[in-house]
Design a protein around this ligand. Structure first.
Ligand SMILES: [Zn+2]
Length: 114
């Protein structure tokens, strides 16, 4: 009896975690099993971003940078496009926006030095 109650509790918990993951706008309802670039989906070494920790480029072994809005990015181009893509869907920004806002641009500069 106690054992059954225990496994039901675990089931309820994992359901909750899946729910949290699914409402993230950049996940588009898919549950990644590995770390990947938020924009181009290039596979990286490490756990998915939402699980915490770091990710590394499988070839260069360089630590992946993190986008201003969260998620690993493999290049400045991917960092830039991921921020712009998200901001274009945000209130007060809009689809006509042609470059990321100043806070996202500052993070890109810190990440890539340009
Ligand atoms: Zn990328």
């Amino acid at each position: 009896m106690g054992k059954l109650h225990g496994s039901l509790k675990v089931l309820g918990l994992s359901k909750k975690i899946l729910l949290v993951v699914n409402i993230r706008p950049d996940r588009r309802n898919e549950l990644a099993e590995f770390a990947e670039c938020r924009w181009c989906r290039k596979k990286l070494d490490g756990k998915p971003y939402y699980m915490g920790g770091r990710a590394y480029d499988p070839v260069t072994r360089k630590q992946a940078n993190v986008n201003f809005y969260g998620g690993f990015v493999c290049s400045r181009e991917c960092d830039y496009r991921a921020s712009l893509d998200l901001e274009q869907t945000m209130p007060g920004h809009g689809s006509g926006q042609t470059r990321p806002g100043s806070f996202a641009m500052q993070r890109i500069k810190e990440n890539w030095g340009v």
